[in-house]
Design a protein around this ligand. Structure first.
Ligand code: PMP
Length: 408
């Protein structure tokens, strides 16, 4: 039995009551993006209806109110991840921008030819490509820690690679979006620090499913997206240790990130403003804070336990389908189940499931090198959120029986 009333939670998400293709929606694509509760939608609407103006610049009432909401969101995020100061919370467009910011600003200032950037074989493209781009301009080298058949990072190989003493950055996912693997980031960060490297954690998939404490992890940078944690799209966070943020050059240039500007010379504001040029996603910040408050009302622990139960149940039931193979059976796993069915293309699995109202993702999940590692072009992926139920896992299994009947 779930640790909370899932039916009551579902009632907060208007979209979950809708039908798709004439069938009740079974939404199992939460790793791509999660749905939004009324509380988030209301919070966003309330800003536009009663408290909207540009932030940081006005002395008038609405600007002060919007600024208060925007900065209160920063404090909500700080407390959520237990950062030491709100100055360490940089608002961005999402995980992708957060990682690009670190790669570009920190990387440009600190990487030299011959330095190594250590990632893993299971990274999302957004934790591969920005590092390749900065490697190209600095002469640094990308090094990849292998993943074993279970979908776990080979820790012996990782230890060997990180001890080369040329590694300056370790950039790894907290949770794999394609396989659900939870990486032992605490020990990996410690290993990185032992060789003087900084640790950048891609937390896109961790935030809604695990309690994150950046100080306990001792992460140097931690990247997040609001939209995967029941908040609005187009908004995210970069946590960075203050001394690192202070020492880094700015990201984009423009309003709000400066202290003084003359045509001869500009001086920059302190973090986080230094990295937040231009009018930010004010409503996104406030909506995201509402999402975190909503999650807090249920409890990350309870949600994690519920999703863990669904994942275990899905593993158990999917085994009933002939020729179905689960890709990624890590011992420590968040709510993601990737699979293939021998002889049926994942795209066809997704299309036939969709006709039955079941939304799953099919494709490479922005992890093409990982697909190559497992020798598949793509997988079908069911991913769970706080509002999913065992009945929905059953609907997935029923749908897959039809897939096998039609295609098999
Ligand atoms: N990393 C991981 C592990 C992800 O799952 C995603 C989103 N699929 C990202 C990074 C990129 O996040 P966003 O698209 O929100 O920038």
């Amino acid at each position: 039995r779930p640790l909370y009333d899932v039916a009551r939670i579902r009632a907060d998400f208007p979209i979950l009551a809708t039908q798709v293709r004439g069938k009740p929606l079974v939404y199992l694509d939460n790793a791509a993006s999660s749905q939004k509760p009324r509380q988030v939608l209301d919070a966003e609407r309330a800003v536009y209806e009663t408290g909207y103006a540009n932030v940081h610049r006005g002395v008038h009432y609405l600007s002060e109110k919007a600024t208060q909401g925007y900065e209160a969101a920063r404090e909500t995020v700080r407390a959520w991840i237990n950062a030491a100061s709100t100055n360490e919370i940089v608002f961005t467009r999402g995980t992708t921008e957060s990682i690009n910011l670190v790669a570009h600003c920190w990387g440009r200032a600190n990487l030299r030819a011959g330095d190594e950037i250590l990632i893993t074989h299971l990274e999302h493209h957004s934790n591969i490509v920005p590092w390749q781009m900065i490697a190209e301009t600095t002469g640094a080298r990308l090094v990849v820690a292998p993943v074993d058949d279970r979908g776990e990072v080979d820790q012996d190989a990782f230890d060997r690679l990180i001890s080369s003493r040329r590694v300056k950055v370790m950039a790894v996912a907290h949770v794999s979006n394609a396989l659900g693997t939870i990486l032992p980031v605490r020990r990996m960060i410690e290993a990185a620090h032992k060789v003087g490297a900084i640790a950048v954690i891609d937390g896109a998939q961790a935030l809604p499913h695990l309690a994150v404490d950046v100080q306990a992890l001792d992460a140097d940078f931690y990247a997040m997206s609001s939209h995967k944690a029941y908040g609005p799209t187009g908004f995210g966070v970069l946590y960075g240790k203050l001394p690192l943020l202070k020492a880094m050059p700015p990201w984009q240039g423009g309003g709000d990130m400066i202290e003084t500007v003359t045509f001869e010379k500009t001086t920059y504001a302190e973090p986080p403003a230094k990295f937040e040029a231009g009018t930010p996603h004010i409503v996104g910040a406030i909506g995201f804070a509402a999402a975190l408050d909503y999650i807090a009302g249920i409890g990350v622990g309870a949600i994690a336990a519920h999703e863990h139960d669904l994942t275990a149940y899905a593993h158990e039931r999917l085994c009933e389908i002939n020729r179905l193979k689960i890709i990624g059976e890590a011992r420590d796993k968040a709510g993601v189940v990737s699979f293939t069915i021998d002889g049926i293309h994942p795209h066809d699995i997704g299309t036939i499931l969709d006709q039955q109202g079941v939304a799953v993702r099919t494709g490479h999940h922005c992890t093409q090198p990982l697909m190559v590692r497992f020798g598949v072009p793509a997988t079908a992926r069911a991913s769970f959120g706080m509002y999913n139920t065992r009945d929905e896992v059953d609907a997935l299994v029923d749908g897959l029986r039809k897939v096998v009947k039609f295609m098999g």
